[in-house]
Design a protein. Sequence first.
Length: 264
Amino acid sequence: MYLPEKIQKYIVGESYKTDTIGMSGSSVFFYKERVLKVQDVNGEAENEYHMLQFLQGRLPVPRVYAYEIENGKSYMLMDRMTGLMACAREYMENPVMQCKMLADGLKKLWQTDITGCPSDQRLKNKLERAKYNVENGLVDLENAESGTFGERGFGSPENLLEWLYDNKPEEEPVLSHGDYCLPNLFGRKEQTTGYIDLTRAGVADKWCDIALCCRSLSENGLQGNRMDGDFAGLECNSFGLFRELGIEPDWGKIRYYILLDELF
């Protein structure tokens, strides 16, 4: 595997394992104390680098040792996060502890001062990127949730995009992870110890992260209540999360942000 010199000096001679869990489209390699993320140069890769710099000292995110761009690829070498993934067996078999940890992670995001945040992920900008994806055939229909498109759903990504523009909810801006799903959160018991995969992080509506967390809980739920086109299973698997957050679920906003994510 080719690596830029500035990356090599940190990990020369070390063995590594390849990530098989993530779905970000990047290649991730685990070394003893560090993680190397390799992906095509794009806006999300650049956004992650800038957000990691911004969040140092604010939240438990990886420290970046080196960030290099060569031959159309970005190479980012970071710390490995401590703790267990939120999808680890210990959490999956203890949903109460899992929801406490996930709620702790959301609260820490919301309590973070967004002054000077380098990334604006609010709907005005997010919908523009969704429009670009639709117009350039970048929507992955094969990985869409069952029922989003077809007889029970929207006729096409274009139809969904139009609906999203026509039904924009009122936003509550906070610091948003952008892809708040179980493999992207690390914890120790009830406390969040790390956030990874921050390619879409920035200022956004708080319900964006809540929605994707609910979807992830549904898709990974031990009770088998997976989400379908009618969003069955979301309420059952997310009850504990809202109990820990101390708020009532807004299922309209949750549905909106899950559908928006289908275009990315």
